[in-house]
Write a protein that binds this ligand. Sequence first.
Ligand SMILES: [Zn+2]
Length: 404
Amino acid sequence: MSPVARPVRCPVCAYSLGVPFFDGGMQALATLGWPASAAEARAMQRLPHDFLQCPACSHVWNSAFTYEAVPYRNNPNRMFNTGSTWKGHLAETRDLVSTVLPDRPTVIDIGCGEGHFLRGIAEARGREGRFIGFDPNASPETGQGVDFEARLFDPLIDMGAFAPDAVVIRHVLEHLTEPAAFLEQLAWRAQDIDKPCLLFAETPCIDRVFETGRLADFFFEHMSHFTTASFTALMKRAGQVRVLAHGYDREVVYALVELGVPEEVRARTRATEAFAVGAVASRASVRADLDALVASGAKVAIWGGTGKAAAFMHQFGADADRFPLVVDSDPEKAGSFVPGFGQEIRFRDALKDMTVDVVIIPTQWRAKDIIGEMEREGIRPGRVLIEHQGRLIDFHADAHPYRP
Ligand SMILES: [Zn+2]
């Protein structure tokens, strides 16, 4: 491993090491400062430009970036949209998006600026549909089928509220500290919409930096600098990539993605939700079984006082008043106390001198060893209980997967 690699998380693929790529030093903002005078320009705050590259997905990012240092609210991001090559690229991507949309589509443009791209799609579709631009800094005039929301787009709320057929996010992802989190939330919420939802994403592309060695690409406002590989890795986190291509002489990379969450992730989510519901019920029913044991007047010992045995007592409320007798196979633990509840943990030999109706073994997978140990030591409780499927069950009489 490179001795200079640093422990840091890649914002695209979450790899845990980054390799120093370019130390740009302390510089002023490059595009969003808008100083009003030469003096103000010279007095601008200097910000750190510490670019790392991810050795796994090839992404480049400024590890010293802070979103708060970029004054979006005061200064709109002015994009130059009139160069002829650029215009050609805009027309090409506008057509790509507008031709894949269904009839009367709902289209959202996140970080739409003054809204030229969104208006272009609306016009291409004869203004039949709903076209909504989000940008906290620009407030272009709403009308002719195009609406603007002067705020940040929140995927967790707005995907459900607007149920879009397509989401456009152009030249925004490179400004975000957590682009993968943003896209995953978008994909997650797209699942809840009862129709396909497309994503069109575009960012600058730095592939040519590696051929040319040029450094002017690296300024503060762009935390992320996408290679084709890192952009592809990011897009795959949002769903099925249908189109991935370059524009503007390979200076930008874009993709059309069908937003979605893989079936295995959805299946796991359903299982998680079922487990969470079951856990609430299990905790209540095992507590009820313990209450019934106390009410029966049985003399109960709990075998094990730390780790998972302590967790059992915590989760099911086996407190020191009702369950004072706790033993352990490990003589080293004798004389210590159950965390949280305070029962003194005794060596298992304590059970030799008394009659015990019930031994509860919280560590089910050790139960057969503990039962063997009890037999060897002449400890003969009336019953041995373990927790299984939300109940306390009899180790010898009931069905469970821990039998020898
Ligand atoms: Zn990475």
